[in-house]
Design a protein around this ligand. Structure first.
Ligand code: SF4
Length: 107
């Protein structure tokens, strides 16, 4: 098989793999997830903020400035990424510097 056909075959295999992944409901890559909006009904109910320093202290008096998504036990994905999946908000990415009332300290 010549080089052109090899490249075509590789491209076809990649396209079929992507289509199969979408069809089978495989998880999207973290960077592809839509960002959780602060106005999302569940996010708003849990006081989610992209920036932990913007949390309503009157409403969440137990919140501490050092608490943020990147050190929450419910964060998923890769350390160092700015936006990461969270177990509480499936299909969305939360800001690593964010916070919500479901925060659980990472052990
Ligand atoms: Fe962030 Fe944790 Fe709330 Fe998820 S559960 S949004 S990681 S604080």
């Amino acid at each position: 098989m010549n080089a052109v056909n090899n490249e075509r075959r590789k491209a076809l295999v990649m396209m079929l793999g992507a289509a199969a992944g979408a069809t089978l409901g495989m998880p999207a890559l973290a960077q592809d997830l839509p960002h959780l909006e602060e106005t999302d009904p569940t996010g708003a109910a849990l006081g989610y903020k992209h920036d932990t320093t913007k949390v309503d202290a009157a409403k969440y008096p137990a919140h501490k400035a050092e608490q943020k998504c990147s050190n929450c036990n419910l964060i998923q994905g890769k350390d160092g990424d700015a936006w990461r999946p969270c177990a509480i908000f499936p299909g969305k990415a939360v800001n690593a510097d964010g916070w919500c009332a479901a925060y659980v300290v990472k052990k």
